[in-house]
Write a protein that binds this ligand. Structure first.
Ligand code: NAP
Length: 344
């Protein structure tokens, strides 16, 4: 049976996911949309499905018997209420990051899902679906480089718009590292600190750029993440795990090496959509397949909550300076053994 999807929020990633579900994936069709601007939403859907319809509100879309599962791709501040409505309706829901904008709202979603009794929520953390991160995790878990001691990361964007402020470097950007590093190391964070190096002249008044985030995990691993979102040269994601016996690094995206005029060069990507395009496909195909099977296994509401707890601490560290402790509660057994190695 084809899974009938409803998409709430038809902005940049909502439209990209409608295209993806229609043309790149199998087993699903987008039948409904909802957005603050229902006409624009319907126009975005009709490009792919001439029979699709728009609902006046996300809640009506969720309640519709024509919709089997929901994608929440609206602005972050609206996620919690739509995810809660989907849980109340007993429908599977894929929610783009962040799951909610506060840890308390994420925790309320976790509690509602546990009360429901089965997993209904998948959070849109796509990096665990990226081939490079998967290969890196395999090497780390194989023991080849010994016990991980340190991780050096960088998250660099070419530039960001004026509305992107200092806090967004954590909430919108670092949040991907906060999730993927927990998964990579099978660990949780115990403290965070943020250091502001000399600022680039390419930043603007509301943004301190670059930033270095220092994290410590329960197992004692030390992590540094450079966030540099006006780096000028491209979109560049780096991750190197230093172990007792060696170092394992995230592979660079495949690129043609050009030898020309006494130079050897490879192109650097500039668009995050291109860098993780395959990961988004695999992530959403997994969601579709899981819904059809009746059992989710991707990044969970607990993972969304954990990232939010760490992200709150990093924002405090930005504002207060010094080392901020992170008190992460133990994961409820409800989230054990989800089949991807995600939980265990
Ligand atoms: P966007 O282009 O601003 O799109 C958001 C859309 O949601 C807009 O059309 C907006 O309408 C609409 N909207 C706002 N409030 C709504 C409501 N109450 N009900 C229904 N629709 C509403 O933003 P985006 O870049 O697509 O990002 C959307 C979400 O995806 C964000 O949470 C973002 O963090 C996440 N995201 C994740 C990734 C990733 O790598 N996983 C990448 C990009 C984005 P208006 O324009 O009228 O406000």
């Amino acid at each position: 049976m084809t899974l009938r999807l409803g998409v709430i929020g038809t902005g940049a990633i909502g439209r990209d996911h409608i295209r993806r579900c229609t043309h790149a994936l199998s087993g699903a069709t987008v039948v409904a949309v909802s957005d603050l601007d229902p006409d624009a939403a319907l126009a975005a859907l009709r490009v792919h499905n001439p029979e699709g319809r728009a609902f006046a509100s996300g809640e009506e879309l969720i309640a519709s018997p024509e919709v089997d599962a929901v994608l929440v791709t609206s602005w972050g501040g609206t996620h919690a209420r739509y995810v809660q409505a989907a849980i109340a309706a007993g429908k599977f829901v894929f929610c783009e990051k962040p799951l909610a904008t506060t840890a308390a709202d994420c925790r309320a979603i976790v509690d509602a899902e546990i009360a429901h009794g089965t997993r209904l929520v998948q959070v849109g953390f796509m990096r665990p679906y990226d081939d490079g991160y998967r290969a890196l995790r395999q090497v780390v878990r194989s023991g080849k480089i010994g016990t991980p001691l340190m991780v050096h990361c960088a998250h660099r964007n070419q530039s960001v718009p004026e509305m992107y402020g200092t806090e967004m470097a954590v909430v919108d950007t670092l949040v991907h590292e906060l999730d993927v590093l927990r998964w990579l190391l099978d660990d949780d964070y115990v403290s965070a600190q943020v250091i502001f190096p000399r600022a680039t002249r390419h930043t603007h008044a509301k943004l301190r750029d670059p930033q270095i985030v220092l994290l410590e995990t329960r197992k004692g691993v030390r992590i540094d993440v450079e966030i540099f979102v006006n780096c000028r040269y491209g979109y560049d994601i780096q991750c190197a795990v230093v172990g007792e016996e060696g170092i394992a690094s995230l592979p660079e995206p495949a690129a043609v090496a050009v030898r020309h005029e006494a130079r050897l060069s490879t192109e650097i990507l500039v668009d995050w959509k291109e860098r993780f395009i395959a990961a988004y496909d695999v992530e959403l195909q997994d969601f579709v397949d899981s819904c059809r099977r009746g059992q989710l296994r991707g990044p969970s509401a607990w993972d969304g909550f954990a990232a939010s707890v760490a992200s709150d601490a990093c924002v405090r560290a930005q504002n207060e300076g010094g080392v901020v402790p992170i008190a992460m509660p133990d994961r409820p057994s409800f989230y054990d053994g989800d089949g991807t190695g995600r939980a265990a």
